[in-house]
Design a protein around this ligand. Sequence first.
Ligand code: COA
Length: 205
Amino acid sequence: MFIKKIIKSIALQYYRVQDKSRVKRFFAKIHDIAQQERVRSQFKSADGVYFESDVQLNDAQCISIGDNGYICHHVILTAWTRYQNQVFEPEIIIGQNAHIGEYTHITAINKIQIGDNFLTGRWVTITDNSHGNVSLESLHEAPINRDLCSKGSVVIGNNVWIGDKATILPNVTIGDGAVIAANSVVTKDVPAYSVVAGNPAKIVK
Ligand SMILES: CC(C)(COP(=O)(O)OP(=O)(O)OC[C@H]1O[C@@H](n2cnc3c(N)ncnc32)[C@H](O)[C@@H]1OP(=O)(O)O)[C@@H](O)C(=O)NCCC(=O)NCCS
């Protein structure tokens, strides 16, 4: 009888804890829905996109992401309409089913266009701009005060996979189905359905 009582009391405690965690889960879900809406509302469009926490944005009204996108923790998506005295009309357009890995940084003052089914690993950088044009004159200025300049837009086709820590520099086109190996630095166009690796990236397959 005594043992039965103990078991009953343990069971009751167990269900109380379970109920509490159910309530906690419910409020966590509500918080997540509100958080998603708050982040999505900053974009030009990102309706069907899921954002993990701590995504960093700048001028997201110039950024659109297609349906079914998944943006991981700490991704940095920055379009710049102004930098000091400069004014830009940047665009970042990402297609459907994108999966962008943690700490990936995509930054534009000009245009970055990415097709459908884009996959990146972690710590990938894609940029269409640099601090200054590396003329001798500009090297006398503090880098942060140099004008931002873009050598050209970045265009990435459909079904492209970029491995961890790769960097895509301005004025580069990456063809459909290309694979960019981990740690590559892409300075030139990449043909469709090729694999490039290294710094500067060269075709390996
Ligand atoms: C691109 C990749 C898929 C190619 O794999 P693979 O087809 O098995 O290629 P191989 O290992 O046969 O390599 C082919 C050549 O490229 C070289 N290579 C491959 N990856 C390289 C890299 N990241 N950097 C420099 N060279 C590389 C190889 O040394 C080899 O050179 P060799 O022909 O002179 O011997 C793979 O190397 C890679 O980088 N994967 C990314 C992994 C990643 O970031 N995952 C995160 C999850 S999204």
